[in-house]
Design a protein around this ligand. Sequence first.
Ligand code: NAD
Length: 369
Amino acid sequence: MSNKKILVLAGDGIGPECTGQALRVVDWFASKRALKFDLTEDLVGGAAYDAHGTSLTDETMQKAIDTDAILFGSVGGPKWDGVARDVRPENSLLRIRKKLDLFANLRPATVFPALAEASSLKTELVSGLDIMILRELTGGVYFGEPKEITTQADGSKRAIDSQIYTTQEIERAAHVAFDLARKRDNRVCSVEKSNVMETGVLWREVVTEVHKASYQDVELSHMLADACAMQLVRAPKQFDVIVTDNLFGDMLSDQAAMLTGSIGMLPSASLGAVDDNGRRPALYEPCHGSAPDIAGQGVANPLAQILSFGMLLRYSFGLSAEADLIEAAVAQVLDRGVRTPDIMQPGMKKVSTDGMGDAVLDELSALAA
Ligand code: NAD
């Protein structure tokens, strides 16, 4: 059997620094666990623009189509602020998402007990928090047509964004949510605004039908998006998997992210549909951007990127034990007080990006011994 293919697109700013540490973890699995992948690295974002005049070449897009999974760093930075929109660094990621139809965006909000104090909420509310927000990523109000600003007869303007969802779009998001829940605490909360929006009515109907037809073993609840926003800061541990549309998912996943205290800790996955050969396009990336303010200083926190590789093992290759091992190693490193500057606390040991990579590798070896 041929090795699984991973395309590594490190990007700009702290992207290469953080993916560099994730690649050390890849190497660890190759040497210690005989887990070999076919790795290909390529340019994306501003780095690709500087080399090729576009943030994503056709060749790189083809590699993205052909690979089993993409490990993405981050793109963008002030250097490319004046660049035309269609070749801007950020456009490369949008193009990949669109081309591969990555409709399911998974954002875990996990609070490692050692970092619970970094949250703006009380420690007991967030310690041990482990929720998964599934945001529908390719439909809804960000993409619906018409989408325009027109000038009216009196010279004033009128703007329209269209919130559109079809049965199929909701169904496929619901399937991913229920499948995820079965591997977690078996609970899904479906979130919409069915009290005031037709798309919300359809969303609730379709999720309920999918549940009835195929997932009666999973506990399903429904919540209005505004109530969910409140509950996320009142009692976030009540949730397991939240499934919601593109707009509400955008807001709620950022809100949930802040419960965890640091953006340098948060991984994400964007999944497409399983094709006839059983392959599912997938891209894994940290939630943070390219952090130009700290790029090149060796101080970036690489844990979100390393945890993104963990998600890749879990969701693309079904290697749950290996993903668990990475998460356990990260938890141990934090328990031992090892900190990059963004999560530094009094009395802890401050390390560089490399130092954090060293600590994770040491813990992996200790746990695997
Ligand atoms: P950002 O996430 O890059 O940075 C926000 C703040 O968090 C900064 O102070 C930064 O230093 C800090 N930070 C982020 N990641 C960190 C890490 N791993 N370790 C330590 N500190 C970290 O967001 P921004 O400043 O709004 O955007 C910067 C650039 O990144 C922009 O060009 C933006 O378009 C781009 N961006 C890219 C992506 C992506 O590639 N998916 C996502 C968001 C933003």
